[in-house]
Design a protein around this ligand. Structure first.
Ligand SMILES: Cc1ncc(COP(=O)(O)O)c(C=O)c1O
Length: 360
């Protein structure tokens, strides 16, 4: 047992995971109180009358192949949202342990931490440096802190970051991983990395045992409705998360949808769509920049753009009148009159640009 297990909550270290019904698909299942008949409206290949595989091995192996890592480094959950929640539940004692987040960023890190009663500390990104990490502030938070600040267990980074769209400097990330070693995990959420021209940090996992990378099928693979995301980490971390995740978390329909999405033809199609979205991102950013009501379009490595308007409310209204929803970021701290706009299909983007023309 290494420090990766030692810093987890003692209750989780001691926990005996739930013993689910034996999984032997070749035998008739009279051991799990299921229906012997499929429902009338069952669209699945295998049958929804049966529980799915409790911890789906073939799915895990396929995801490990997709991300280029051994299967014992992978845990699939209901979106990367579930991985975030599991990490916090495994590592943070209420009122005693802390996580660090770097706002403006994806809100689930601090929400999941607060639900668990963990202390949330902040090292805001630096707008004047294109929303890069404040390396000095992070190193300070990673150092010794007063007891009231909690024992640091998890640092959450998001690269490319939601909602700012930029990639974080990987040299700073890796230096932080080194500084945290032996004390806290560094979680890098790469939900949007497929849209960036940069490698995933997954390649660094063998050298950095405290690094956890989150990936998802919700964005580049077009499966947000199926709910499948992945934590990729040292096998000891994966073993802890596996104790806590619900058995049967991944539904049979999701398992089948993911297998279909990982077939070579579907992967080739996903790659084409990523290329289309990257081209559209450049086109939409350039066109937005010429609109009188737009003050700034931030560079993006993701499938969305962070846009500063003179009057974000007016832009929201114009978009809504054209049947388009944009994400209002005016309430989120330091971003001012900002909206986050997902890059859509070329037709949707044309509609957006037409709607925003003339927005004050
Ligand atoms: C940065 C980031 N991480 C994670 C998620 C959640 O993804 P999933 O659908 O895999 O739960 C999102 C969703 O928007 C996100 O923006």
């Amino acid at each position: 047992m290494s420090w990766l297990t030692e810093i987890a909550r003692p209750e989780i270290r001691a926990l005996r995971a739930y013993e689910h019904a034996v999984w032997e698909p070749g035998l008739v299942r009279l051991h799990a109180n299921e229906s012997p008949w499929r429902s009338h409206a069952d669209p699945s290949l295998e049958g929804l009358n049966r529980y799915p595989e409790p911890h789906p091995h073939q799915l895990t192996a396929a995801l490990a192949e997709l991300y280029g890592v051994p299967a014992d480094r992978v845990l699939a959950g209901r979106g990367s949202d579930e991985a975030i929640d599991l990490l916090i539940r495994c590592y943070c004692r209420a009122g005693q342990d802390a996580v660090v987040v770097c706002p403006p960023t994806f809100g689930m890190y601090s929400v999941a931490a607060r639900i668990q009663g963990a202390i949330v500390r902040e090292a805001p990104l630096l707008p004047q440096a294109g929303f890069q990490l404040d390396a000095a502030a992070l190193q300070a938070l990673a150092g010794d802190a007063p007891a009231a600040a909690g024992t640091l267990k998890l640092v959450f980074l998001c690269s490319p970051n939601n909602p700012t769209g930029n990639r974080l400097d990987s040299a700073v990330i890796l230096a932080l991983a080194r500084a945290l070693e032996g004390r806290a995990l560094l979680v890098v959420d790469e939900a949007y990395v497929e849209f960036a021209q940069a490698p995933s940090l997954v390649a660094q996992l063998a050298e950095r045992p405290g690094l956890v990378v989150l990936r998802t099928l919700s964005k580049a693979h077009g499966l947000a409705g199926a709910r499948c995301g992945v934590a990729i980490a040292h096998p000891e971390v994966i073993a802890l998360l596996r104790k806590v995740i619900q058995p049967y978390a991944i539904t049979q329909l999701t398992i089948e949808a993911v297998f279909a999405a990982l077939q070579p033809e579907a992967r080739a199609r996903a790659a084409q769509r990523i290329a289309t979205l990257q081209r559209e991102r450049t086109r939409v950013a350039a066109a937005l920049q010429t609109l009188p009501g737009v003050q700034r379009v931030w560079p993006s490595d993701a499938n969305f753009l962070l846009v500063q308007f003179a009057d974000a409310g007016a832009a929201l209204e114009r978009a809504r009148a054209a049947g388009l929803l944009l994400r209002d970021l005016r309430g989120s701290g330091t971003l001012g009159q900002a909206l986050r706009i997902s890059v859509g299909s070329p037709e949707q983007n044309d509609r957006l640009l037409a709607a925003l023309k003339g927005a004050a």
